[in-house]
Design a protein around this ligand. Structure first.
Ligand code: CMP
Length: 140
């Protein structure tokens, strides 16, 4: 089975939407392979979003992602990366299709409820950012 990585972001945690989001993902056939609640340090958030370092929203994104706890979840499913992106919806909740997680729970282009890996390569990299190889395999 393919794997992807989602982050339930601080806005979802604050609004107590984590349970609904996990239920939504399980309802879409995703298996929770590994799960971790934590608060990202500034260095961790900067490193995770390194690819966006030159973007104008980078500092605000790092501040937001360190503003409260998150839940990192490694998910398994057939066609996991593409399917998560479909059920997650567009980056800006205002443009996200009705019924998608970002349409349901996101409130702005920054506070957009969850993150989802954009390729199988990044899914692998991002899963190893949060979880050990052993944690990812043991759940199999
Ligand atoms: P995510 O999919 O986690 O990837 C980068 C994040 O940056 C994005 O979700 C948003 O939370 C945040 N962000 C803020 N402003 C923008 C923007 N203009 N374009 C893309 N992402 C943005």
């Amino acid at each position: 089975m393919d794997q992807t990585l989602t982050i339930i972001k601080p806005d979802s945690m604050e609004a107590k939407n984590a349970g609904n989001i996990l239920a939504h993902l399980e309802g879409e056939g995703f298996q929770i392979q590994a799960l971790k609640r934590m608060r990202l340090s500034q260095a961790q958030a900067q490193s995770f979003y390194e690819v966006h370092r030159e973007r104008p929203f980078y500092d605000s994104l790092v501040a937001y992602m360190t503003s409260g706890p998150i839940i990192a979840v490694a998910l398994a499913r057939e066609d996991a990366v593409a399917h998560l992106r479909k059920v997650m919806g567009a980056t800006d909740p205002a443009n996200a299709e009705a019924g998608t997680i970002r349409a349901l729970y996101g409130t702005s282009i920054e506070r957009n409820a969850i993150h989802g890996s954009d390729s199988p390569e990044n899914a692998h990299k991002e899963s190893l950012f949060f979880f050990s190889q052993a944690e990812l395999i043991a759940a199999g």
